[in-house]
Design a protein around this ligand. Structure first.
Ligand code: 0GY
Length: 302
């Protein structure tokens, strides 16, 4: 099947630079996606955008180029609850990838078990209104209760302004809960202002909550601007991510977010994204926790 990408959609960076920051051995890119290829794995009819293809082979080539050992592939909304492309990627990863899927309540226990065997370790609940239609909370709670015995966790994606409304739901989830992209803070607001303080309280009060300190390119207002001729990308995101890493070093994950869905102004060079890591995890110890120990524990039980 042929798919035309959403107008304005930027393709992923074809020749990323080689990072200057060398990630520690065994590092995990804990948030990335595969898109299609659409001819083999058609995009979902209910999708809100049509991406360009981004195959498992291209993902694994990027992993090697950046110096990572493993991937956690997260189901993207353009594939709805059809996880075939993700499962195909896991099957071809030599055990070097884990998955986070999207399922409906109609999924059978047999299918959940088969996904577990394939390397799936979580489900994703998405509350970003531009990306998905509403799913009733009772359906999500039912899914959470069914995946808990498998030892899986729930990944949640939401915007900072929606945290107060979603707080009670999130805090009733019976599993480990992993927040995508720090709950999408508005980095134009102060890091010690009410909005981000609420997110920090959310993590403080609920030791089962983890956060991905990913997506500076998505959160930044400054963007990848040059200062005095030097590249200083995404400086405005640093205080937010650094605070989360330093306060909760055992509950943070990092990912590229390749192939960076829905970016229309600027597509990041993935090599520069890796070079951003030492600005938010400033010591070798924090870097090892963020990139190796935490994802290995959560996704490989190691
Ligand atoms: C991300 C961010 C986005 C998209 C999705 O599943 C998705 O379509 O997560 C976004 O548009 O902010 O994490 O990939």
């Amino acid at each position: 099947m042929q798919f035309d990408k959403t107008p304005g959609w930027l393709d992923w960076y074809a020749s990323p630079s080689k990072p200057r920051f060398q990630v520690p051995a065994g590092s995990v890119d804990a948030h990335c996606h595969v898109f299609g290829p659409g001819a083999q794995f058609p995009f979902a009819p209910e999708r809100k955008y049509t991406p360009c293809d981004a195959s498992r082979k291209q993902l694994f080539a990027l992993r090697d180029h950046l110096g990572f050992a493993k991937n956690v592939i997260v189901q993207a909304t353009c594939h709805g609850a059809d996880n075939s492309a993700l499962l195909d990627a896991l099957a071809h990863s030599n055990g070097q990838a884990r998955g986070v899927v999207t399922v409906k309540r109609s999924i059978t226990d047999h299918d959940l078990q088969a996904m577990h065997t394939a390397g799936v370790r979580g489900v994703r609940f998405n509350f970003v209104k531009r990306l998905v239609d509403f799913t009733p909370k009772d359906e999500l709670l039912e899914i959470a209760a069914r995946i808990k015995p498998l030892g899986w966790h729930v990944v949640i994606y939401f915007e900072a302004v929606d945290l107060p409304e979603l707080w009670d739901f999130f805090t009733t989830l019976p599993t480990t809960v992993v927040v995508d992209h720090m709950g999408r803070p508005d980095v134009g607001k102060p890091v010690d202002g009410p909005e981000f303080t609420l997110f920090m309280q959310f993590m403080h009060q609920h030791p089962n909550v983890w956060s991905k300190v990913s997506c500076p390119e998505r959160l930044s207002i400054e963007g990848p601007k040059a200062l005095n001729g030097e590249q200083r990308p995404y400086q405005d995101v640093i205080p937010f991510a650094r605070q989360v890493v330093e306060t909760f070093p055992y509950r943070v994950l990092w990912g590229t977010d390749w192939p960076h869905p829905n970016l229309k102004d600027h597509m990041p060079d993935d090599g520069l994204l890796v070079d951003f890591i030492p600005h938010i995890a400033t010591t070798p110890e924090l870097q090892r926790k963020l990139l190796v120990d935490n994802p290995s524990r959560l996704y490989w039980g190691a």
